[in-house]
Structure formats: C-alpha cells, structure tokens
Design a protein around this ligand. Structure first.
Ligand SMILES: [Ca+2]
Length: 339
C-alpha cells in the first residue's frame, strides 16, 4: 500500500503547475482518491475466483500472493488480467508496479507487456496477447526489437497508441507507424522495483516511469488532444514467442484526479466519445475538433506564445526604429552636404 508517488512532488512544481494550469490537480497521496474497484493489489484476494471479483484473468496468467505473472519465462505464452468494472472517471492516473525478468541474455528475450484502457476486455489476440484493432488506449512495454531498421532507438521501448478500431498494430515495425510517443527505458532484470504511471486528464496523456530506483518520476510521453471515452476497462497483457521472459504485474492502482469541468463538459455523454488524437503529425487519426473534452494541447504554451509574439513584435519595432533613425540621419547629413 506504500510507495505512493505523485507526479509533482515539490511545492515549487505544484505552485508552477497550478499557476500555469498545466496539471489541473496533483494526486496528493490522499487514500480516498484511490479507487479500489479499479485497483489490483496484493494479496489479490478473490481475483478471478468469485462472482464478486473485480478482476478476471486469462491464458498463462498465474496469480500468487505476491505477484500476477502474465507469462512465465517460456516460449509461446500469452496471458492477461482485466478489471471487470468499467471506469467512469473522467480524469485518472494509473500507477503500475511491474517486473520483467528472465534468463535470456540482453536482446534475447521478449516480447513485453501491454497496458490497456479499452472498450473490450478478455479478447485474446496477437498484440501482446490482446486483440488487434482495439478501441481505446494501449501502452506497450516492448522488450524485443522486431524492426532491424529502427536502430535509432534502443530497447526496451515504451510507446502509446490510441485506436478507434480501424488501425492494426504493426509488430514487424514495433508499432512505430501508429505510435503517439515513446521512450527507451531499461526495465528488465532490475534488482529494484519498477513503476510506470499513466495520467489522462482533460485530453492530455502523460506517461511517467520510475525504473532507476531514485523514487522519482521521469517523463516518457506527454501529448495533448487525446480523446478517450469513459466506461472502458483497464487491463494488462503479455506475450512470449521464440524468446521469453517472466512478465509480472505487482500492482495496478487507479487514482481519481480531482479536476473541475465546465457544465457543458459535464453534460456531454462521455461514454459516446470515439477514441482519437488530434496530433497533426499522425497521419492515421483524424479530426481536430475544438471540443472541451479533448484537444487541450498547448494550453500550457498559450501564455508563452503570447509573450514570445509580443517580444518579437517589440524587437521588430525597436529594429525598425533604429534602422529608420540611422537612415534618416545619413540622409540629413547627405542633404547638408548638398546645401
Ligand atoms: Ca517488439
């Protein structure tokens, strides 16, 4: 139950973020913000075994009292665990403690873990043990490099994908064509605990990792304009192929973020939102609607943009004035010589 980490852990960060309205609210470790019905914690009592259970699992998944092993360190295994309670929170933060470990030497292990917030649950398939063409959000902790042309990034590689059911995950390219952002991280065979946090609030998706045993979050992904509905399911899955690893989930803790929404936003039916991203550089998705439930990209920059524009304008005026004065003076001098 310990190990609570919030994104902003210094008062200054808190103050600045409040000033700039970057982070609408910082999870403050207040236990009442922990949503037990969406959290998976030791000793996982009743997981999968009773009708009242809030988590169900599939495939090679093994639930012990100290970890949930999605796959063992054996080839061709697939497993998943799913929250059976749909999540109706508009703003949330999921903290995942995980452990990827195995006997394989560096580069000879795979394939990794995927974390999900999707319309469907318990639908096995080829994407880290889950179905392709999913609806919702996926976060891939990809430990094996499939794309030998993509040597510009090191593995393991963490990336995010949002799908409206129309896009295939391209394993051969490690999902690069549909990736919204990502980072490399040494997450495997670490002796200390490894954590990842996913925050979704006001259309902004932020992924932070804590894998260096420094007890601090490091930014991995931060993008705006992400639209996700409510009423989807949280889950985790993993798969092995020719190469393998133990893929363990230690905990998944969901925190509600206390964020205020306008009455118009509140009146929308958030379950009807179609997953999308309004990043212009992404070719495959979609619109750029100025909807209050999405497209908050750049809110933090607006103040800076205005400031920079004003600064540029001011500099422009100063330069024009100086040049004008010099030219005027030269002309005056020339005119004097003529008289
Ligand atoms: Ca891969």
């Amino acid at each position: 139950m310990g190990n609570f980490r919030a994104f902003g852990n210094t008062p200054l960060v808190l103050l600045i973020s409040r000033l700039f309205l970057v982070c609408c609210d910082i999870t403050d470790g207040n236990a009442e913000h922990l949503k037990r019905e969406h959290s998976l914690m030791k000793p996982y009592q009743g997981v999968g075994n009773s009708p009242s259970s809030q988590w169900d699992f599939w495939g090679s998944t093994l639930v012990t009292s100290s970890y949930v092993r999605l796959t063992p360190d054996e080839g061709s295994k697939q497993g998943s665990i799913w929250n059976t309670v749909p999540c109706y929170l508009k703003d949330w933060e999921m903290h995942v403690q995980f452990k990827v470990h195995g006997a394989g030497k560096k580069g000879l292990h795979g394939d990794g873990i995927a974390l999900w917030y999707t319309k469907d649950k318990l639908h096995p398939g080829p994407v880290f043990g889950n179905q392709d063409q999913f609806h919702g959000l996926a976060l891939f902790l990809d430990t094996f490099r499939n794309d030998l042309h993509g040597m510009d990034r090191s593995f393991p590689y963490i990336s995010a994908m949002v799908n409206n059911g129309s896009v295939n995950y391209d394993h051969g390219k490690d999902g690069r064509s549909s990736e919204l952002g990502g980072c490399s991280a040494e997450i495997r065979n670490r002796q200390h605990d490894t954590y990842l946090a996913i925050r979704y609030s006001r259309g902004r998706l932020t992924v932070m990792i804590d894998v260096e045993d420094k007890n601090e979050w490091k930014e991995c992904i931060d993008i705006g304009g992400v639209r996700l509905p409510t009423g989807y399911f949280f889950g985790a899955s993993a798969a092995t192929g020719d190469l393998s690893d133990n893929h363990d989930i230690i905990s998944m803790k969901l925190y509600q973020l206390m964020v205020e929404h306008t009455p118009e936003e509140e009146n929308l039916d958030w379950t009807k939102i179609e997953p999308s991203v309004s990043l212009l550089k992404i070719g495959f998705i979609y619109h750029n609607i100025d909807d209050p439930t999405g497209n908050f990209r750049g809110t933090a920059l607006t103040g800076w943009k205005v400031f920079l524009l004003l600064l540029c304008a001011l500099l422009g005026i100063v330069v024009c004035a100086v040049v004008g004065a010099v030219v005027f003076q030269k002309r005056q001098e020339r005119n004097k010589r003529f008289y």
